[in-house]
Design a protein around this ligand. Structure first.
Ligand code: GUN
Ligand code: ZN
Length: 433
């Protein structure tokens, strides 16, 4: 038996604060988190648990710091790490000028491995322990990511991009080859360790209807795999989809006709949607990944959180590196807050932190194993240290309660707030002092 007990302030969510504002947050000022064999054994006040802690348990004191579940990033692209902050273009030009030439480099498996390692270190430095990740069209680039994630026992979801038209020849597959390559990767990786596979048609404009149908076939043939793609991000993109899919009612219908909606399907963005599209998303349980830093950076538009909530659409948060500009879920919360401010909604810090933890886990249907500290769950957690920057330290002195502190973390926080990151109870990152 390997048991560890961590003392500190403990924060996690038990329900959605939007629907359960009084009972969603559990905060224990002086708490103890007890881990056994990589899973949560117990959580509660230090004073209540310490007497029953076995003598042989290792004790770690994080008093003055906050222990919370690892962040969950619903949408990101590891090969785009090197083009974060590329000047001057909106989506379609940005893809042609920056993204496609960069993704070409990932035909080199050793380069893919090098960037996978950097990207995963960056996730852990920012407190992200689970992400849904695009690789490139090259199967080897997906292998590289999974190998790197598996070596650290991370709970990760990824997939090979399917793209058979409207992209440079050096980046295209065919409908049939994308099906075969994806099937092979699913057999190799889906369910291995803590990894899952996501069938990954890039977005409707770069897939023929035949390729989308093959993606649908993969979902049918391999139960439990995810689907990830992009939806209704940019106005020019919408016009292009309308021209490319004349028989589709709207953008969403191009995916719906291929059987690509459902509770395991995660679409980034969902900014420009009709009421009917929202209704079909809600009815099918399809999930949106809200990627606020990307939506602002690429000038894509404003995610309508109130409307989507009212319509019953499931969503959580994504960084969308490299259209997005930060690996940090704190920065992502900050930009989400500002986007809602422009639409008369003041996103509450509890809701923002919920979306980055248990809400993300629910969106990925992984809340039975991650997202909070209920006993039995996997012990992926982070330690926040508000004393690491002068401003944060000073600002903390002027907060009345934990709600105010959480809001300051959301708005001012970044990787400097993450003191340590643990995966299955093992330390995988510690900030240098
Ligand atoms: N739509 C299709 N591909 C991409 C991508 O790589 N990033 C973003 N933000 N949108 C996309
Ligand atoms: Zn994206």
């Amino acid at each position: 038996m390997s048991m560890q007990a961590y003392r500190g302030s403990i924060l996690h969510y038990l329900e959605d604060p939007y629907t359960h504002p009084e009972t969603s947050r559990a905060f224990i000022e002086d708490g103890l988190l007890v881990i056994n064999d990589g899973h949560i054994h117990a959580v509660g006040p230090f004073s209540a648990l310490i007497a029953s802690l076995p003598k042989e348990a290792t004790r770690i004191d994080y008093s003055g710091k906050i222990i919370m579940p690892g962040f969950i990033d619903l949408h990101t692209h590891y090969p785009q790490t090197e083009i974060v902050a590329a000047y001057g273009r909106q989506l379609l030009d940005w893809l042609n000028n920056y993204t496609f030439p960069t993704e070409k480099k990932f035909s080199d498996a050793s380069y893919a491995r090098e960037v996978s390692e950097f990207f995963i270190q960056e996730l852990l430095r920012n407190g992200t322990t689970t992400a849904m990740v695009f690789s490139t069209v090259h199967p080897d680039s997906t292998d590289a990511f999974f190998e790197t994630a598996n070596a650290l026992d991370l709970r990760m979801i990824a997939g090979k991009v399917m793209m058979d038209r409207n992209a440079p020849d050096y980046l295209t597959d065919t409908a049939a080859s994308s099906y075969e390559d994806s099937a092979e990767l699913i057999e190799q990786w889906h369910g291995k360790g803590r990894l899952s596979y996501a069938v990954t048609p890039r977005f409707a404009p770069t897939s023929s209807p035949e390729q989308l149908n093959f993606a649908g076939r993969l979902l049918q043939e391999y139960s439990g795999v995810y689907l990830q793609s992009h939806l209704a991000e940019n106005k020019q993109e919408l016009e292009w989809v309308a021209a490319l899919f004349p028989n589709a009612r709207d953008y969403l219908d191009a995916y719906e006709q291929a059987g690509l909606l459902g509770p395991q399907s995660i679409y980034a963005h969902g900014i420009h949607l009709s009421d009917s599209a929202c209704q079909r998303l809600a009815e099918t349980g399809t999930v949106l990944a809200h990627c606020p830093t990307s939506n602002l950076f690429l000038g894509s538009g404003l995610f309508e959180m109130s409307r989507l909530t009212d319509q019953g659409v499931r969503f959580a948060l994504g960084t969308d590196i490299g259209g997005g500009t930060s690996f940090s879920l704190f920065s992502t919360m900050a930009e989400a807050y500002k986007i809602q401010q422009l639409q008369d909604l003041s996103l509450h810090p509890d809701r923002a932190f919920y979306l980055a933890t248990l809400g993300g886990a629910k969106a990925l249907s992984l809340d039975h194993c991650i997202g909070n500290f209920l006993p039995g769950k996997e012990a992926d957690f982070i330690v926040l240290d508000p004393s690491t920057t002068p401003l944060m330290r000073f600002r903390m002195e002027h907060c009345q309660d934990i709600t105010e502190k959480l809001f300051v973390f959301a708005i001012l926080g970044d990787d400097r707030l993450i003191s340590a990151t643990y995966v299955l109870g093992n330390l995988v990152y510690r900030q240098e002092q």
